[in-house]
Design a protein around this ligand. Structure first.
Ligand SMILES: Cc1cc2nc3c(=O)[nH]c(=O)nc-3n(C[C@H](O)[C@H](O)[C@H](O)COP(=O)(O)OP(=O)(O)OC[C@H]3O[C@@H](n4cnc5c(N)ncnc54)[C@H](O)[C@@H]3O)c2cc1C
Length: 450
């Protein structure tokens, strides 16, 4: 087959606070020259690095190369809000839930992903803040949000899952804010410092395995072709021959020519404060670290984090549909004003606190909320499109792609192969206009929770 080119390379708009506060990152070399390997993983996020870890477990002696287009932890995996959620959390559904059997299966899988991440943290000696099993709260501000939470709690009763209702004063004790009228605490969520976890996982794979991963940064795959029973993948400076490819590039599967017009490229936006001074922390009160998801999926995610880089608050909200896979600095600035408003509404006592970092990040959703997973061509495996929940689903997809390729018939493979393929989107520009209108309408409905 002829050589195929990769049409679009990833861009990461704005400096991601989580990565910036860690200070300079370890650098890995750029791929250069001619190389060969048993396995080539493309993409160094949750999915690609989990695939590398799973390969180290199952095929310890094999040669494994991983290509990352940019720098490890500078992409979506290091710029998300870090909620690794065990319970149903379907972003496309107003109530986050699905059918009971499907939810039970998903909870078990998500917990498998959590256990995998915890094992990685222990094996590679990660600091506690990288993977913190502290649970999360679904915060509400009004009767309709409370109704969402009550319905969710009823569903958790059916599933036999633990939770605790919190009233306004308990919410204030935790957050220091009068903003929330109630909340639903769910103990099973893990809160990641996403950039720290991703950096430490890469470091562990390169420096703490008997047979180290060969990791290359600033090394985008730009073309590929089948040659006999192998694949030849080119970067700007290297040619890499590998028997098996694991494509772990999330929405960029489409840039490789797969799933054409079947993946939705969505961006969401975040701001992180400067480190709070002792006086500011005193004025705020509350606990030093917590995580709040909104009861309406279109509301604001808010976290307080304590660790390297100090004590900070992070606000994430707003969504846009951008098939171009790019957003402008002007957009980040404009949505930054929304973050400021959300911040002031919650923390009027912190009027003098400035935002230190503002950024955006690319998520891949499919219209029918399914992954883009499977063997697409001989020995070319896709582990893409995590539907906005990549901390858990990307971890699972990375493990699952390796299990599928090595013919380990695990429950993860059975699950990932049980879904339909992502359905086609309406033709552009109809899909762009339609999707942005739906987003605006849903954001409008979430109004008070923004
Ligand atoms: C602001 C924000 C908040 C979020 N909050 C959460 C949250 O709280 N919980 C949650 O579960 N999810 C959250 N998400 C989503 C989550 O970040 C993604 O689902 C997750 O990062 C997907 O993991 P991944 O490894 O599949 O893909 P990515 O993290 O996108 O990694 C793919 C990697 O592939 C690389 N790549 C792409 N093309 C090439 C190429 N040609 N050659 C080489 N490398 C390439 C990219 O540079 C990238 O590093 C959030 C996302 C954003 C942006």
């Amino acid at each position: 087959m002829a050589k195929r080119t990769v049409k679009n390379l990833p861009m990461n708009p704005g400096p991601a606070g989580w990565n910036e506060i860690l200070g300079p990152a370890p650098h890995y070399p750029e791929a250069d020259g001619t190389m060969s390997a048993d396995w080539l993983i493309i993409g160094g996020g949750f999915t690609g690095l989990s695939a590398a870890k799973r390969l180290a477990e199952l095929r310890g002696g094999d040669e494994i190369i991983l290509l990352e287009a940019n720098q490890i932890a500078s992409g979506p995996a290091g710029r998300n809000s870090g909620f690794m959620i065990d319970l149903p959390h379907e972003l496309g559904d107003d109530g986050y839930t699905g059918a009971v059997d499907a939810d039970i299966k998903q909870i078990n899988l998500n917990r498998h992903a959590q256990a995998f991440v915890k094992e990685n943290a222990a094996q590679y000696d990660m600091p506690d803040e990288a993977v913190n099993a502290m649970g999360r709260v679904n915060g509400t501000v009004n009767a309709s949000g409370k109704a969402h939470n009550d319905a969710y709690a009823d569903h958790l009763d059916v599933l036999g899952e633990a939770y605790r209702h919190m009233n306004a004063s308990e919410m204030r004790e935790m957050t220091g804010s009068d903003f929330y009228s109630s909340g639903l605490y769910m103990p099973g969520a893990i809160m990641l410092q996403p950039a720290l976890y991703i950096r430490a996982l890469a470091q562990g794979l390169v420096h703490k395995q008997a047979h180290p991963l060969k990791l290359f940064e600033q090394s985008p795959a730009i073309s590929f072709e089948q040659q006999g029973d192998s694949w030849l993948v080119e970067t700007p400076k290297a040619k890499i021959k590998a028997k098996t490819i694991i494509m772990a590039v999330n929405g960029h599967a489409e840039s490789f020519g797969f799933y054409k017009n079947r993946l939705m490229h969505v961006f969401t936006y975040a701001s992180m404060t400067e480190a709070l001074s002792d006086a500011q922390q005193k004025a705020l009160g509350g606990e030093k670290a917590w995580g709040i998801t909104p009861s309406d999926p279109m509301g604001s995610t808010v976290r307080r984090h304590d660790g390297i880089g100090g004590n900070r608050i992070i606000v994430r909200n707003r969504w846009t549909f951008d098939p171009s896979m790019a957003v402008s600095d002007a957009r980040i600035k404009a949505f930054g004003r929304d973050h400021d408003k959300s911040f002031t509404n919650r923390f009027p006592q912190l009027g003098d606190v400035e935002m230190a970092y503002r950024w955006s990040g690319h998520l891949c959703l499919s219209r029918n909320s399914v992954p883009a997973f499977g063997e697409l061509e001989t020995n070319w495996f896709s582990a893409c499109c995590q539907n906005g929940l990549g901390t858990a689903k990307g971890t699972l997809a990375g493990i699952g792609a390796v299990d599928l390729a090595t013919k380990a018939n695990s429950p993860i493979v059975q699950d990932l192969l049980s879904y339909d393929q992502p359905v086609k989107l309406p033709p552009r520009p109809l899909s762009t206009i339609g999707a942005n209108l739906v987003i605006k309408w849903r954001e409008f409905k979430a109004g008070a929770e923004l």
